[in-house]
Write a protein that binds this ligand. Structure first.
Ligand code: CP
Length: 365
């Protein structure tokens, strides 16, 4: 791969020329604006070959941006002939319920001509007979080239890795982490405002992020905030809205303390909402082995005093914290997050499976 890589993608005019036309409600994002904002760092992506992604703290700012730009490339061009994942098998091992994560990973692989072995429910495996994750990891080594696992137990990623020799992508481990959710969240945010991806983001483009939820116990929020803390210079301030005295928790707390970004906590959403440029909502936490709804007393609806141009993010599934009446408004970035998941995950899979060179060839480097 070249040491000074670049992309030669020409940006045509209408969105309708894109290979994938999302009919989703809400904000429609043009991936080509992110592609124009800077070069794709192919070398950094090449270094992800044969690596696992378990924790959001393993992602630095440059890698998040490089993966987002590669995702934007995948969303912008016709790649049918290239078959980037031809000959590769992904195992999606889901021991906990999922709509978006499993299906978008599987769609990502299949659209790139890879193959999928799908475990939609742990009870169809030897787990039902008392088999350990350690032994299942050993089995996976010859069955696939990458394992994408979701599990309700935080320690599950350590267990399966004891014998696993192929890369592991953590698709959510209890209240631990959901790093690929963080990647796709940032992919949506960087498409929405591509200057956030640049090292010298203009002051007027910097954002005040609102977090309605508890990063300490919500894995999607935790991974999103962890990545946000890497974007000092683009994120002016983070305000966490929660009834809890310490919504951040120990794990993230140290990083918050050492960050140059101002992080505040309030229990009054109405007091801050009109100043927020992007609001990340969530209400679902995994505590122990069951789901709990936290912070669902904070609700957003068309009656909320939102800043004009502000966007609402949500990993989904939602409950009544997010009024469906907002779906048809330009505040809705949450459907764009879910739609972009396919391309964000394709970029990661191409990198982890050593196929990033095929994408670089499409871009003309
Ligand atoms: N965002 C997310 O993790 O959704 P699923 O639980 O449907 O995978």
């Amino acid at each position: 791969m070249p040491s000074t890589p670049s992309t030669s993608i020409e940006v045509p005019a209408p969105m309708d020329t894109l290979p994938f036309r999302s009919n989703s409600k809400g904000v429609r994002l043009d991936p080509r604006t992110l592609l124009k904002s800077g070069k794709i760092d192919w070398e950094r992506l090449g270094a992800l070959n044969n690596t696992s992604l378990v924790h959001a703290k393993d992602l630095d700012r440059e890698t998040v941006v490089a993966l987002a730009r590669a995702a934007a490339l995948l969303e912008s061009v016709h790649i049918e002939e290239t078959k980037p994942l031809d000959g590769k098998i992904a195992i999606t091992a889901f021991f906990e319920a999922s709509t978006r994560t499993r299906l978008s990973f599987e769609s990502a692989v299949l659209r790139l001509d890879g193959k999928v072995l799908s475990v939609p429910d742990g009870q169809v495996t030897g787990i039902a007979k008392g088999e350990s994750l350690v032994d299942i990891g050993e089995m996976f080594n010859t069955y696939g080239d990458v394992v994408i696992m979701r599990h309700p137990a935080t320690e599950s990623v350590d267990e399966i890795r004891q014998n696993l020799a192929v890369p592991l992508i953590n698709a959510g481990n209890g209240s631990g982490q959901h790093p690929t959710q963080g990647l796709l969240d940032w992919y949506a945010l960087l498409k929405w405002r591509p200057t956030l991806a640049t090292p010298d983001c203009p002051k007027e483009d910097r954002i005040h992020l609102g977090i309605v939820g508890t990063p300490g116990s919500m894995r999607a929020v935790k991974s999103f905030v962890r990545i946000a803390l890497r974007f000092a210079g683009a994120v002016e301030k983070i305000t966490i809205v929660s009834e809890m005295a310490d919504p951040v928790g120990l794990d993230l707390g140290n990083e918050v303390e050492n960050s140059p970004i101002t992080v505040e906590v309030t229990n009054n959403l109405q007091e801050v909402v009109a100043d927020l440029d992007a609001i990340y909502m969530n209400s679902i936490a995994l505590l122990g082995d069951s789901y709990k709804r936290l912070d669902s007393r904070y609700k957003l609806s068309p009656d909320t005093n939102l800043k004009p141009g502000a966007v609402i993010m949500h990993p989904l599934a939602r409950n009544n914290e997010l009024d469906p009446a907002l779906d048809d408004t330009m505040h809705n970035l949450y459907f764009a997050q879910a739609a972009g998941a396919v391309f964000s995950r394709q970029a990661l899979l191409c990198a982890v499976l050593g196929r990033i060179g095929r994408l670089a060839d499409i871009a003309g480097r």
